[in-house]
Design a protein around this ligand. Structure first.
Ligand SMILES: Nc1ncnc2c1ncn2[C@@H]1O[C@H](COP(=O)(O)OP(=O)(O)OP(=O)(O)O)[C@@H](O)[C@H]1O
Ligand SMILES: [Mg+2]
Length: 515
């Protein structure tokens, strides 16, 4: 039933409930994004599952989050349960085959999948400020911190690095403040405390190396199927802001890394954003605008973004307008607010004279939805009442044993499992501060301001250490650098020229490796 150009979603029904026609998602419009909505228990996850199956079979890699663990069954072969077989018959899905899919499990905490990490530097100030829920003034300081680190060649890999940099900035607050504006010790201190809270919530796991290589979520199998990356998100959901920021970061990474492809025959990757409302809850306007921009532009990189949430009103209008392929499961309409939501949801569809959309939305059965997909020339199809197909993979979760086995056999096994803690800002600042202290101490003991062991010469990484003796005498105490200042400057000297050059940040402020 599905061919090379489309994914079979289900069958629409006529007003008398008899079979009407197959409903499909055209792969050529798979990058025109989509939306899956509906109240609890109406069939959103199963819809996500069958879409992921369809994309995988078409050779398109998929990334999705598994909020409740019930999507993990997509890695196992389904079984012919009566209600599924009955549904298959109703929609003329013949043959109804069972299949297991190539899944790579990921987990920010490294428990239910391979750890996913990003470096602080790649994440960038905008997303980090959002993650930490910083005030505007604090965000300003974060921007300065990143600018300093970028300019001065300090590698910000993990949370330790950021803490060290902030400590350093607090110490240099006056100097930095006069150069960049509003930086005070107390305001930096407030950010440092927020960072501690974030660490206590487990975010430290996520920052560091080895960072995720985008190519690892874009794999295909030898038999031409797209890998399905499933992110364990049950524990992650306890920190919704980390969840949302992480997915945003991933989306922006994809955007920054992937080349333009125009309008491909099928997407290069499809990205499902479950619990999408978390992305926009309390998000400042500037972030919403940027997200809107990324969603709009990522299309031409061949990436389709599918938002999954209870209600279409959860998504800002500008973003909503870009979601071409839509599956609306049932909504409740008890309260006036719910009734309004139903009405609005109904109005987003191209009407079908056969039925009233808002009435239908409240009457849909489980696993039934109003469906409108982009058809010829990218125009939305007339909305149809559609019974969604049953999955070919298992409905419901896999067992811990099955998961463990799949993680061991995964193509990225062993590549991300150990943290690598290479020398970065924390170590550099620590080392330099120690050296600066030693140097001061020695200078003091030497009793002369002119010794070549005073601060200007302490940088042992200096390519021409011999020149120390020919240096001008140490600065007078009045303009003498603090330990931290000296440390920073020395670091700049030693690595600034190679790392600190022209760093360009993308729309969401993230930074990508190996572009
Ligand atoms: N297309 C379908 N074919 C057959 N059964 C379905 C289909 N969709 C949903 N169901 C049945 O409905 C149940 C609930 O669906 P699902 O878990 O997808 O709901 P949900 O909207 O994701 O709920 P929640 O908001 O609680 O996560 C499934 O476990 C399954 O039994
Ligand atoms: Mg669900």
């Amino acid at each position: 039933m599905a061919d090379d150009t489309s994914i079979f979603i289900g069958a629409s029904r006529k007003p008398d409930d008899s079979y009407q026609r197959a409903e499909q998602l055209l792969l050529q419009y798979g990058n025109r994004h989509g939306l899956v909505t509906g109240a609890t228990g109406t069939g959103k996850t199963v819809t996500l599952q069958i879409l992921a199956e369809g994309f995988s079979n078409a050779g398109v890699p998929v990334f999705c989050a598994d909020i409740k663990g019930d999507l993990s069954g997509i890695a196992m072969m389904g079984t012919a349960q009566d209600f599924l077989v009955k549904r298959a018959e109703q929609i003329k899905l013949d043959p109804y085959d069972f299949q297991e899919f190539p899944v790579i499990f990921w987990d920010l905490f490294g428990e239910q999948g391979h750890p996913i990490r990003a470096t602080v530097s790649e994440m960038g100030p905008l997303l980090l400020s959002r993650l930490m829920n910083l005030t505007e003034a604090q965000e300003g300081i974060m921007n300065i911190a990143f600018r300093l680190a970028d300019e001065e060649g300090l590698l910000l890999l993990d949370m330790k690095d950021l803490q060290a940099l902030l400590a350093n900035i607090a110490e240099r607050a006056d100097e930095i403040g006069s150069r960049y504006g509003n930086v005070t010790k107390p305001s930096v201190g407030a950010i440092q405390r927020t960072l501690l809270v974030l660490e206590q919530q487990g975010a430290a796991h996520f920052f560091g190396e080895p960072a995720l290589r985008i190519s690892d979520i874009m794999r295909t199998t030898r038999d031409g199927r797209g890998a399905i990356s499933v992110l364990a998100a049950d524990k992650l959901m306890m920190n919704p802001r980390l969840y949302a920021t992480f997915l945003l970061w991933l989306m922006s990474e994809l955007f920054e890394v992937l080349p333009e492809v125009g309008d491909p025959d099928k997407p290069k990757l499809v990205f499902f954003f479950d619990e999408a409302h978390l992305l926009f809850d309390e998000a400042p306007k500037v972030l919403v605008d940027r997200v809107e921009q990324v969603v709009r532009l990522i299309r031409s990189k061949g990436v389709g973004v599918y938002f999954v949430t209870q209600n279409p009103l959860d998504i800002p209008e500008k973003v909503l307008a870009q979601l071409g392929n839509r599956v609306q499961h049932a909504l409740r309409a008890y309260t006036p607010r719910e009734q309004q939501a139903v009405k609005t949801a109904a109005e987003t569809f191209r009407p079908n004279p056969d039925f009233d959309c808002s009435t239908a939305i409240t009457q849909l059965a489980t696993g039934e939805a109003l469906v409108s997909m982009l058809e010829a020339k990218g125009v939305p199809s007339m909305v149809q009442r559609t019974l969604i197909r049953p999955p070919s993979s298992r409905l419901g979760p896999i067992t811990p044993d099955e998961r463990r086995k799949l993680i061991q056999e995964s193509p990225v096994a062993g590549q991300y499992d150990q943290v690598v803690d290479r020398e970065s800002a924390f170590e550099m600042l620590q080392k330099k501060a120690r050296e600066a202290q030693d140097a001061e101490e020695q200078a003091r003991q030497a009793g002369s301001g002119g010794s070549r062991w005073t601060i200007p010469g302490f940088g042992n990484d200096d390519p021409a250490p011999q020149s120390g003796s020919r240096r001008t005498p140490a600065p007078r105490p009045s303009n003498r650098q603090t330990v931290a200042e000296a440390a920073i400057k020395s670091v700049v000297r030693s690595v600034g020229s190679s790392v600190g050059r022209a760093i360009v940040r993308g729309i969401l402020g993230s930074l990508s490796r190996g572009r």
